[in-house]
Design a protein around this ligand. Sequence first.
Ligand SMILES: *[C@@H]1O[C@H](CO)[C@@H](O)[C@H](O)[C@H]1NC(C)=O
Ligand SMILES: *[C@@H]1O[C@H](CO)[C@@H](O)[C@H](O)[C@H]1NC(C)=O
Ligand SMILES: *[C@@H]1O[C@H](CO)[C@@H](O)[C@H](O)[C@H]1NC(C)=O
Ligand SMILES: *[C@@H]1O[C@H](CO)[C@@H](O)[C@H](O)[C@H]1NC(C)=O
Ligand SMILES: *[C@@H]1O[C@H](CO)[C@@H](O)[C@H](O)[C@H]1NC(C)=O
Ligand SMILES: *[C@@H]1O[C@H](CO)[C@@H](O)[C@H](O)[C@H]1NC(C)=O
Length: 405
Amino acid sequence: MAVYKMMMGFIFIVTYMCFLAPVHQAHPPNVTISDLSFKNMDFAMNLYRKISSYHDKNIFFSPLSISTSFAALLLACDGVTHEEILKGLNLEQLGQADQPELIPKLFQLLNENVTQNGSLKLDQSMALFLHHQFEVEKLFEEQIKTFFDGDIKSLDFMDTKRSISLINEYIKHKTEDKVTDMISTLNVATQLMLINTIFFQGTWQMPFNPNFTDSASFYIDNYSVVQVPMMFKEDKFYTMVDYPLGAKVLKLPYQDGVSMLILLPNKGMDYTVIDDEITTDKFLNWIKNLQKTKLEISIPKFKMEQSYSLHKLLPDMGMASIFSNSANLTKLSQDHGLKVSEVLHKAVIEVDEAGTTAAAATSIGITPYSLPRTFFVNRPFFFFIYHEDTNCLLFMGRVIDPTKN
Ligand SMILES: *[C@@H]1O[C@H](CO)[C@@H](O)[C@H](O)[C@H]1NC(C)=O
Ligand SMILES: *[C@@H]1O[C@H](CO)[C@@H](O)[C@H](O)[C@H]1NC(C)=O
Ligand SMILES: *[C@@H]1O[C@H](CO)[C@@H](O)[C@H](O)[C@H]1NC(C)=O
Ligand SMILES: *[C@@H]1O[C@H](CO)[C@@H](O)[C@H](O)[C@H]1NC(C)=O
Ligand SMILES: *[C@@H]1O[C@H](CO)[C@@H](O)[C@H](O)[C@H]1NC(C)=O
Ligand SMILES: *[C@@H]1O[C@H](CO)[C@@H](O)[C@H](O)[C@H]1NC(C)=O
């Protein structure tokens, strides 16, 4: 029988112009990768609130990928631009002037930790596409290779048609065909583009039986109801109730140390209220207070694709100069007037049905009776996909309408 699995791909693009660089050597980090994960999570929650303040649709993005991409850009920046990005990413405390390679090194260690078991399918990749007339500063090229395993590729951006095709081909390949036609237009003035992809495929520890999947109602709000394919399962799950918030939480573990956490607002609760309450502290509190109990659960199958123009969101979060004429990218190029013109982030998620056998759940926990007996995800919900050892947030999102791609 098939495997119950979840797949997602994700993409990130930065376009800008320039090159060249100095730098020094790094010491082994004194800070831990868990410290980095917490900082990244803070940034993710801030970004989430920014995105959710713009619309009331589905949301999906990869905090890890966005943080990683900007960490790579840090190696190119100097002066005010560098400070702004450090601060915007919440990495100020980790950014030690005498150790410029500390942050890239931490990202490298975090990535190694998260993917430790070859069985966890989490492929991150980074590529720099640059206009062929430019020459990359050796040091910068080495750093991108060392810390981010990045490729540097030369393109003729004047030949936009061919460049688009080469870039799309690269992304398609890196995301195992999950993201095709990433870009459709390209500015001829583009001189450098940074693309970062992340692809994750997880298998549930406790798969759903496809035989039980059935059409069911999903209540978008008081007035709109849609029919969705709903998966059912009865087993022991980790759950908790956040009474002050008016929501409950369910953990669905994948194999290899990654889990999905679902946050379901109570019936009648306005999800936009919860939007503003999603913080790192709350998240850590939820996972700390999970308890195992017997539950009937139902989760909709869903699939979505979201794109964000981060160059429109990030200036509001204090990262403005890199997109402006005062961008300081002198570690990449000594040419003046270089700036990042576009940051496009695209994420694809597919919670699909194709079942395999389960690794099975084990011991019995103490079950206080305040815990629910059922967990029916039949209304808008939030989800987080995270690595348990490090609390590294790989993906996060919100589903308002599971039928909308
Ligand atoms: C490095 O770690 C040690 C021991 O954990 C701590 O005492 C020291 O303050 C740290 N140094 C810095 C610069 O954070
Ligand atoms: C970039 O920042 C460095 C360090 O602050 C400074 O020396 C340099 O003049 C700046 N360059 C530009 C073009 O702003
Ligand atoms: C990954 O990081 C966590 C938290 O710092 C640590 O407990 C674990 O041992 C690390 N795993 C590996 C394989 O390095
Ligand atoms: C994967 O990692 C987990 C926890 O770090 C460990 O218990 C397990 O043995 C590892 N599996 C493999 C195949 O390395
Ligand atoms: C699903 O139903 C078919 C036909 O009744 C049965 O052969 C199969 O074993 C069932 N699958 C599972 C996972 O229970
Ligand atoms: C939806 O209905 C519930 C109870 O029927 C009510 O409390 C809530 O205010 C309604 N929400 C909206 C947005 O109308």
